[in-house]
Design a protein. Structure first.
Length: 231
């Protein structure tokens, strides 16, 4: 039983923290490649993943708008493959398939259900509003979540301090009583650092800590949150 509550509000990232975004992405890019007449392979899936991640980091750093990310990633993929295609049309096809991906990571539902009995839970996520709402609405955990904050709706994204200001002001929670949980060092953890918030780096693959971001805690299993928030 959780007896000591150090925090009041837990701000949970969605993709690759609660939701298995990679599996959704693989399914969507496979169907997209097939739509283009290209046989999907693991190497092509990894190529797209690298391009996509790099584009979203540029978005987090203010170098690309969200709209630019959605087409630039396919412009770059097509350049790498040496093909010509309409990036805007392909993006639309890809996003329709991405919306189908709502598989949860291990123990996500269990952790949200248990923590919701003792804490106020919120989801903080970058990404496309429509896609995130459909995926989160289909995964079965929103009944444990008080509110979802999507960067597109907030007008600013993680890791910017202003994003977290919007969240904290809306939920009326002090910085000392809030905890950020996420898998991304450049988005979740750096954002928490920028906002003077404690953070938990969800690192199931046990990657090496790199860059400027510094988490307060590191876990490889979401159930490890119990010990952190429970004292």
């Amino acid at each position: 039983m959780l007896e000591i509550r150090k925090y009041e509000c837990i701000l949970l990232d969605s993709d690759d923290t609660l939701l298995n975004f990679y599996s959704a992405q693989v399914n969507a890019i496979r169907k997209t490649l097939e739509h283009l007449g290209i046989v999907p392979t693991t190497s092509l899936e990894r190529l797209y993943d690298g391009i996509n991640r790099a584009a979203w980091v540029e978005f987090e750093n203010g170098l690309l708008s969200k709209e630019e990310v959605l087409t630039v990633r396919f412009d770059r993929l097509f350049d790498a493959l040496g093909i010509k295609a309409n990036s805007l049309q392909i993006e639309s096809f890809y996003m329709r398939n991405l919306e189908e991906g709502h598989r949860l990571n291990s123990h996500s539902k269990e952790v949200c259900e248990r923590l919701s009995k003792y804490f106020r839970l919120f989801i903080i996520t970058n990404g496309v509003s429509r896609t995130q709402k459909i995926r989160l609405g289909s995964c079965g955990i929103l009944k444990y979540i008080e509110k979802v904050f999507i960067s597109e709706d907030c007008g600013i994204s993680k890791p910017h301090k202003e994003y977290f200001d919007i969240v904290l002001n809306d939920i009326r929670c002090s910085r000392s009583n809030a905890l950020v949980v996420g898998d991304s060092l450049t988005s979740d953890i750096l954002g928490a650092n920028n906002s003077d918030l404690d953070s938990v780096w969800y690192n199931p693959k046990k990657k090496t800590l790199t860059g400027a971001a510094m988490p307060t805690y590191t876990i490889s299993d979401l159930r490890e949150l119990y010990d952190i928030v429970g004292g």
